[in-house]
Design a protein around this ligand. Structure first.
Ligand code: GCB
Length: 628
C-alpha cells in the first residue's frame, strides 16, 4: 500500500515536472534548466531564446519607456551571447557606444518561496539592469561572472517579467583594458572592443539557501604523498527566519562530513571539511585525472541545492627558481589565445571553444595563456584535456598615472579576487597573473600594486604561484619591485619590434638578455610569456611579414630557449589570428588591419601557416613535463 502511494505520488510529480518543462510560456521564453558547462550548482536556468537589442547611445533615461513599450518597435531580434559590433571594423566600433538588451520572460518555477537571481557570465563593459522598469543594480568590467537579486517586490510570479540591460562599452583610460590613442591617433588596445552580453545569462533559483562560495583545494605535500583535500562552502540564507542547514558531500566517492549549522536570516555561514586521499591519482597534462566532488544542501530533510565539480590533485610550486608540477621541473610550451571568431566576435559558442582547445592540443601545447579570465567551459575543457593555464586579469598596459588611482586599484583587486573565487577549483590553472606589460621600468606605484596583489592572491589561494608578464627590454635592468612575485613572464619580441632606442631590434641579443634576466631573478621561475612575428604572405626570409620570416623567427627563438635549462616554459603569441584594432600593423610592413597576424592559424578559415609545422615539430621534441 505504502509503495503504491509513493509510486502514485512519484508519477504525479513526474507528470507535473513534464508539464512544467513543456509549458508553452517557458518554451517561448527559451528558458532551459542547467548551464552549458558542467561544474556548478544545479539551480540555474539558461536565459536563451529570443532577446531584443537596440543600439542607442542617447538612451539614458529611456529604460522606463522601454518598460512600458507593448511592441517591439525599435528593437531587433537577437540571441545571447551577443557581440553587437562583430564584423564592424570601424574606428567608431572600436571606440564603443551604448546598446540595450531586453528579455521578456516567465519564471520557470512560480512557487512563492523561491528567490531569484540573474547571473551574467561576462558583459563588456559597464552595465545597468532594470527589472520591470526599476533599476536593480550595475556592474563594471568584463570576463568575470556577477549576479543581482531580483527583488521580490518587483518580480511577477505569474505574468511576464521584463529585464532591460544597458551596456556601455565606451572605453576609459582607467578601464581594463584601458583606452588610449596610438601614434596615428587611432584607438589603442590589444584586442577588439566587442560590446554586449558576451557570455550567457542565467536565472538562478534560490530555495532559501544559496551557495555563494565553493572551494575544493587538494594539497599534495610531495608527489608520492597522500593528499589532503579541503572543502569550504559558504552559504547564504535568503529566508526570513533562521534555518538548520546540513551539507553532505563526497570527493572521488569518499564521504565528506560538512555538518549542520543554524544559519540566521540573511546571514552567511561557512562549512569546512578535510579528508585524506591515499595514493591519489595525480592530475597532469600527460594524464589529466579528475575527481568528482558532489555536495547536497538540505534544510531539515528537504534538499534545496546540489553542486558538482571536477577537481584534480596536483602540486605546482616554484622550487629554487623553477616551476614544478608534482615535483618535476616544467619546461612547458604553449600558445596565447583569444576567444575570437570572425562572425561572432567574443560571443563564441561551445563548438568554437572545443575547437580552440583541440587546436592547442594538436600543436602539442601543454599550456595556454590569455589576457583575461576565460569562459568557464574553457577551464573545464582544459581540466579534461590536460592543458595548464596561465590565468591573467586584464590589467593590461595600464599607465602608471592611472594605476596610481585608488579606484583603478580597487577594481584590479576586485578582478583578482573574483577570478580566484570563480576559477580556483580548476586543476588546469597553474598560476594567477596580475597583469601584462605595465611600465617596464616600475617605480613605487607599480611596486605597491604588485605587493598588494601578491599578498591578496596568496591570502585567497596559497596553493598557486603569482606572476606578472613584462616587456622584455634590456634597459629595464634588475627590478627590486618584482621581489614578491614567484614567476616572471618575459614578452620576447627580439628581432621583431625595434623597442625603445632599437634595443631589441637585433635577435642576436636575445640569448644574453635571457641570461641577464636569470641573473637578476635566480629564485623566480621564468617563462617566455610571448614571442611572435606577423605573417600573411610568401616572400623572402629576410622580409618581415612573410611566412618564411615567421618560420625562421620561431625556429630561432625556440632554438635559443632550448639552450636555457632554467626556463620553466615558453608561450607562442598567438595560436590564431584575431581582430585587434583599426590601423594595426604589428610590425608588419604589409599588414591586413585590423587583424593581428602573428597567429599560426589564419583568422577566417583557421588554416595553418607554414610556421605551425615548425612549432609543432619543436613542441613534440621538447621534454615539457620533465618526465622520463
Ligand atoms: C604584446 C601584448 C600582446 C600583443 C603583442 C603584439 O606584448 O601583450 O597583447 O598582441 O604584444 O603583437 O604586439
Amino acid at each position: 500500500m505504502m509503495r503504491t502511494t509513493r509510486l502514485l505520488a512519484l508519477s504525479i510529480a513526474l507528470v507535473g515536472a513534464a508539464l512544467a518543462c513543456a509549458s508553452p510560456a517557458l518554451a517561448a521564453d527559451g528558458i532551459t534548466r542547467g548551464t552549458i558547462y558542467h561544474d556548478g550548482p544545479d539551480n540555474r536556468y539558461l536565459l536563451g531564446g529570443d532577446w531584443l537589442f537596440r543600439l542607442d547611445p542617447t538612451g539614458v533615461g529611456q529604460a522606463q519607456r522601454f518598460q512600458r513599450q507593448t511592441t517591439t518597435d525599435g528593437w531587433t531580434k537577437t540571441s545571447v551571447p551577443n557581440a553587437w559590433n562583430a564584423g564592424d571594423n570601424s574606428v567608431a566600433s572600436m571606440t564603443g557606444t551604448t546598446g540595450w538588451y531586453r528579455k521578456d520572460f516567465h519564471l520557470p518555477d512560480r512557487r512563492a518561496r523561491m528567490d531569484w537571481l540573474v547571473r551574467f557570465e561576462s558583459v563588456n563593459y559597464r552595465s545597468k539592469v532594470w527589472l520591470n522598469g526599476t533599476p536593480i543594480g550595475h556592474n563594471t568590467g568584463a570576463y568575470l561572472p556577477w549576479d543581482l537579486r531580483l527583488p521580490r517586490s518587483l518580480l511577477k510570479r505569474q505574468g511576464t517579467n521584463r529585464l532591460v540591460i544597458r551596456v556601455d562599452n565606451r572605453r576609459l583610460r582607467t578601464d581594463f583594458p584601458p583606452s588610449g590613442l596610438t601614434g596615428s591617433g587611432d584607438p589603442a588596445g590589444g584586442w577588439w572592443n566587442y560590446g554586449g552580453l558576451l557570455r550567457e545569462v542565467y536565472l538562478q533559483r534560490v530555495d532559501k539557501i544559496d551557495i555563494t562560495g565553493m572551494l575544493v583545494r587538494p594539497d599534495l605535500p610531495c608527489a608520492t604523498c597522500d593528499a589532503s583535500v579541503l572543502a569550504r562552502i559558504v552559504v547564504r540564507n535568503y529566508g526570513d527566519d533562521s534555518s538548520r542547514v546540513r551539507i553532505t558531500g563526497s570527493f572521488g566517492g569518499k564521504k565528506l562530513a560538512l555538518g549542520t549549522k543554524a544559519v540566521g536570516s540573511k546571514d552567511f555561514a561557512t562549512f569546512d571539511a578535510r579528508i585524506k586521499v591515499r595514493k591519489p591519482r595525480l592530475w597532469s597534462p600527460a594524464d589529466p585525472q579528475l575527481y568528482d566532488a558532489k555536495f547536497t544542501v538540505r534544510v531539515g530533510d528537504h534538499k534545496v541545492l546540489g553542486y558538482e565539480l571536477h577537481s584534480g590533485i596536483r602540486s605546482i610550486k616554484n622550487v629554487g627558481g623553477h616551476l614544478t608540477l608534482n615535483g618535476r621541473p616544467l619546461n612547458v610550451r604553449g600558445v596565447g589565445i583569444h576567444e575570437d571568431d570572425p562572425v561572432k566576435g567574443f560571443a563564441i559558442d561551445s563548438a568554437r571553444r572545443a575547437q580552440i582547445i583541440a587546436q592547442a592540443k594538436e600543436l602539442g601545447a601543454t599550456v595556454i595563456r590569455s589576457h583575461y579570465p576565460l569562459h568557464p567551459e574553457m577551464y573545464e575543457l582544459a581540466d579534461r584535456e590536460g592543458l595548464l593555464i596561465w590565468s591573467e586579469i586584464p590589467v593590461y598596459s595600464v599607465k602608471t598615472q592611472y594605476l596610481k588611482r585608488l579606484a583603478v586599484r580597487k577594481l584590479a583587486a576586485r578582478e583578482l579576487e573574483d577570478n580566484i573565487r570563480a576559477n580556483q577549483n580548476h586543476p588546469s590553472i597553474m598560476l594567477w597573473s596580475i597583469g601584462n606589460e605595465l611600465s617596464a621600468r616600475p617605480g613605487p606605484v607599480q611596486q605597491n600594486y604588485i605587493e598588494r596583489a601578491v599578498r591578496q592572491a596568496k591570502a585567497l589561494d596559497p596553493s598557486r604561484p603569482i606572476a606578472l608578464a613584462v616587456a622584455g627590454y634590456p634597459s629595464a635592468g634588475c627590478r627590486p619591485q618584482y621581489a614578491l612575485l614567484d614567476v616572471i613572464g618575459v614578452n620576447d619580441y627580439f628581432g621583431w619590434y625595434p623597442g625603445p632606442n632599437g634595443q631589441i631590434a637585433d635577435r642576436d641579443a636575445l640569448s644574453d638578455f635571457l641570461d641577464s634576466m636569470r641573473a637578476c631573478y635566480p629564485n623566480k621561475a621564468i617563462f617566455v610569456s610571448e614571442f611572435g612575428a606577423e605573417a600573411n604572405r610568401d616572400g623572402p626570409v629576410e622580409e618581415k611579414g612573410t611566412y618564411q620570416f615567421q618560420q625562421d623567427f620561431v625556429n630561432f627563438h625556440l632554438g635559443i630557449y632550448a639552450t636555457k635549462p632554467w626556463l620553466s616554459g615558453a608561450i607562442y603569441w598567438a595560436l590564431q589570428e584575431f581582430r585587434v584594432r583599426p590601423n594595426w600593423d604589428g610590425g608588419n610592413p604589409h599588414p591586413d588591419s585590423p587583424i593581428h597576424e602573428k597567429g599560426l592559424l589564419r583568422f577566417l578559415d583557421g588554416s595553418k601557416k607554414p610556421a605551425w609545422f615548425d612549432v609543432q615539430r619543436n613542441f613534440a621534441a621538447t621534454n615539457q613535463l620533465g618526465l622520463g
